[in-house]
Design a protein around this ligand. Structure first.
Ligand code: DX5
Ligand code: ZN
Length: 233
């Protein structure tokens, strides 16, 4: 099965992912198209089950609709659920390109990575801010991406936890050229620089993009090529 390869090659500039969690859901297709046209490299879908995190968001059908509306978009799905293995086939069928699961709830991560690969997607290991980096280090080999949470997962719009920069610095030298390091939570024009300097090469943002009047400027600020804009309202 062919896989899209956005995460396979070292990017020449930081990849920016737009988390649609802060989009206007009534206009989701237009919002997703607008952030991609503004320069975001991929869409990030936050899937929450009300168990692993205290929130409910979206499922495979949202992914399917976005895939139909935006055939070329790279869709990165972040599963914040207690049973991620349950959803691999559903998201593959719905057109996801990449699936990240949380290492805290998966006893055999390599096996799940293999299942995700077999389903035609790349695979990521996510860790919460207070998870031991050693868990990631021990399971890194087959993964295409590591996601370091820089807030407690569950909600957009939280403040960046600077302590996770140490996780990023620790993980960075462990990675091969074909493995990405994604940072997610509280990333904005003020915190993105520290993420990039610590070694993050894929930055995800929800409120810093969708809360900004000008999506082009918001994406550029995350990449470090524009200054920070005032927030909407
Ligand atoms: C949080 C999600 C994040 C969130 C980021 O649990 O995984 O992707 O949408 O939102 P901001 O960028 O607003 O912190
Ligand atoms: Zn996320």
């Amino acid at each position: 099965m062919t896989r899209k390869t956005l995460f396979a090659d070292p990017p020449t500039r930081p990849l920016i992912g737009a988390s649609i969690l802060s989009a206007d859901f009534a206009r989701l297709g237009c919002e997703a198209q607008a952030v991609l046209e503004a320069g975001a490299d991929f869409l990030h879908l936050d899937v929450m089950d009300g168990h692993f995190v205290p929130n409910l968001t979206m499922g495979p059908d949202v992914c399917r609709s976005l895939r139909a509306a935006l055939p070329e978009a790279f869709i990165d799905v972040h599963l914040m659920v207690t049973a991620p293995q349950t959803f691999v086939e559903q998201f593959a069928d719905a057109g996801a390109d990449h699936l990240t699961f949380h290492i805290e709830v998966v006893p055999a991560p390599a096996e799940l990575v293999e299942i995700i690969h077999q389903a035609g997607m790349t695979a990521g290991l996510a860790m919460n801010p207070d998870t031991d980096v050693a868990r990631i280090a021990a399971n890194l080999e087959p993964a295409d991406l590591v996601l370091v949470m820089s807030v407690q997962p569950g909600f957009a719009g939280q403040a960046f936890l600077p302590g996770v920069l140490e996780h990023i610095r620790t993980i960075r030298p462990m990675l091969r050229d074909d493995q990405r390091l994604e940072i997610d939570g509280g990333v904005n024009g003020r915190t993105a620089g520290a993420c990039r300097e610590a070694g993050g090469d894929a930055l995800v943002a929800a409120s810093a993009i969708f809360g900004c009047e000008d999506y082009d400027q918001a994406v550029a600020a995350l990449r470090g090529t524009a200054s920070v804009l005032p927030r909407r309202n």
